[in-house]
Write a protein that binds this ligand. Structure first.
Ligand SMILES: *[C@@H]1O[C@H](CO)[C@@H](O)[C@H](O)[C@H]1NC(C)=O
Ligand SMILES: *[C@@H]1O[C@H](CO)[C@@H](O)[C@H](O)[C@H]1NC(C)=O
Ligand SMILES: *[C@@H]1O[C@H](CO)[C@@H](O)[C@H](O)[C@H]1NC(C)=O
Ligand SMILES: *[C@@H]1O[C@H](CO)[C@@H](O)[C@H](O)[C@H]1NC(C)=O
Length: 449
């Protein structure tokens, strides 16, 4: 009886504790985890930020002038784009910055034309098609132009495509040919096409303008991608068994925020969860000994994206691993994927094809017998978007690599219900033929990601 009472009291005491203090104990564990991660990150001195500066006005002028030259090379009269990623590339306005409420049915179009100067130089001349009542709002965007922006305005009851066609900007050109961006909506393309314009889709030298990064863009991409890898490395030192995938997401995101970066996706997968390359589970899995940790994560800095992936063990998992974990295959695959990545980097040479880069990595993985387990393309370009063209897949023989293009190399091997491994680094194509890693260097082992 007494014993029962004692046990009962103990139980009640524990229950009482569980209601109040256990959550505090658990959350204090996470608070310690986060503090440790941010401290380790700040200990790097955040040196990587030094290569980044917000693109100044003249950077936008250079981009539009490059576009003007490309328009002449492609034989078209103008480039037309709506607010979105490409618009922000040329004039620093994103879609939500213009369309605060929802996508607008009234076209707001940037029209960029090439102009030949008497000295032979080709420069851009930009106009905006805008509803009359929105003209002042368009000016208040303070887009990066040296002079006042030039507008073509329309009333609500007009045919605004005709308004654009009849505007004086076309000079002597009777039936202008427009190249439309891939982000422009179909009803606008159809409207332009049925009101006098000839339309061609994005391609050729015009598409290559955004694909070839300037050194300023590479400086930002270097900063944000190195900062993302360094955040993973800092956070890793603070892990503990029992932490959940979702807790790692939260702490890693807050770690990157400590450097002024803005995380926009974060895939954290333990052990067999990583067999799904883009996640899909609920993030509740707890870290257990022997689990690989796969993290694929992206952040923004000055409008530019990072996108890197590391697969690793926590620092306290012994190296070499105790035999009871039987991770021989996992370690072999980890190295295989790294070898495949190295082979792809060797194929990243000027005038090489996008397909050859994918095939270089894929054949390493196929030779080792894991061909079917490498289920996605090798990579893609990145810039203001995390995924930009050209795409590195084994069918893309059309895309020719140029110096200044930036790519991910992200081979992977996925064994369903067992494990997944992926390494993703960022490379710049260089004139001398040796692609440069701009994300803080490759992983060298699962204990040194
Ligand atoms: C581009 O836009 C951002 C914010 O939207 C602003 O801080 C920056 O100054 C702009 N850049 C230029 C060159 O105007
Ligand atoms: C751009 O073109 C328009 C129309 O041809 C012209 O009036 C304007 O002066 C040009 N702007 C510049 C900066 O050259
Ligand atoms: C270890 O795992 C491999 C497959 O990865 C399996 O073939 C082998 O039998 C396992 N060894 C032991 C001792 O369990
Ligand atoms: C790539 O091709 C272009 C055009 O054919 C050529 O001018 C250039 O020298 C080539 N570059 C290399 C590194 O082979």
């Amino acid at each position: 009886m007494l014993l029962c009472l004692a046990i009962g009291t103990l139980f009640l005491a524990w229950k009482h504790l569980s209601l109040t203090d256990v959550t505090t104990i658990l959350s204090s564990k996470k608070i310690k985890f986060q503090k440790c991660s941010i401290d380790k990150y700040l200990e790097t001195g955040l040196e990587f930020l030094k290569t980044a500066e917000r693109p100044p006005l003249d950077e936008y002028v250079i981009r539009r002038n490059n576009l003007a030259k490309a328009l002449v090379a492609d034989g078209v009269d103008a480039f037309v784009v709506e607010p979105g990623y490409t618009f922000s590339y040329y004039a620093n306005v994103t879609q939500p910055e213009w369309e605060v409420w929802e996508p607008e049915e009234r076209p707001f179009l940037m029209v960029i034309r090439p102009v030949k100067l008497p000295n032979g130089f080709i420069i851009a001349n930009t106009s905006f098609l805008v509803p009359r009542f929105e003209e002042v709002r368009a000016r208040l965007l303070n887009m990066p132009f040296a002079d006042e922006i030039s507008t073509v305005t329309y009333e609500e009851h007009w045919n605004y495509y005709t308004t654009l066609w009849e505007s004086p900007i076309w000079g002597e050109v009777l039936s202008p040919t427009l190249m439309v961006d891939e982000e422009i909506r179909e009803f606008i393309v159809l409207g332009l096409a049925s009101n006098g314009f000839t339309i061609v889709g994005l391609g050729g030298e015009v598409e290559a303008v955004r694909q070839v990064k300037t050194e300023r863009e590479i400086g930002i991409l270097r900063a944000v991608n190195t900062g993302t890898v360094e955040a993973i490395r800092a956070m890793r030192q603070c892990l503990y068994y029992g932490v959940t995938e979702n807790e790692v997401v939260e702490v890693l995101d807050n770690t990157m925020r400590a450097a002024g970066m803005d995380p926009f996706f974060d895939i954290v997968e333990f052990g067999k969860q990583a067999a799904l390359p883009h996640g899909g589970h609920d993030g509740q899995a707890k870290l257990e000994p022997g689990d690989f940790i796969l993290i694929d994560v992206g952040s923004h800095l000055y409008g530019y994206s990072s996108d890197v992936c590391r697969t690793f063990y926590p620092p306290f998992f012994p190296n070499p691993p105790p035999p009871e974990y039987n991770i021989t295959e996992k370690l072999a695959v980890w190295q295989l994927v790294l070898d495949a990545q190295a082979a792809s980097v060797k194929a990243m040479v000027p005038n090489g094809t996008a397909a050859a880069v994918d095939i270089a990595a894929r054949s390493v993985i196929e030779t080792a017998g894991y061909g079917k387990a490498f289920t996605h393309r090798l990579g893609h370009s990145l810039g203001i978007k995390a995924h930009e063209s050209p795409y590195l897949n084994k069918g893309n023989f059309e895309a020719i690599l140029r110096p200044g293009m930036v790519f991910t190399s992200e081979p992977g091997v996925y064994v369903l219900n067992e494990f997944g491994v992926r390494h993703e680094d960022i490379l710049v194509i260089r004139e001398d033929g040796e692609a440069e890693n701009i994300c803080g260097g490759y992983a060298t082992s699962p204990w040194n990601p």
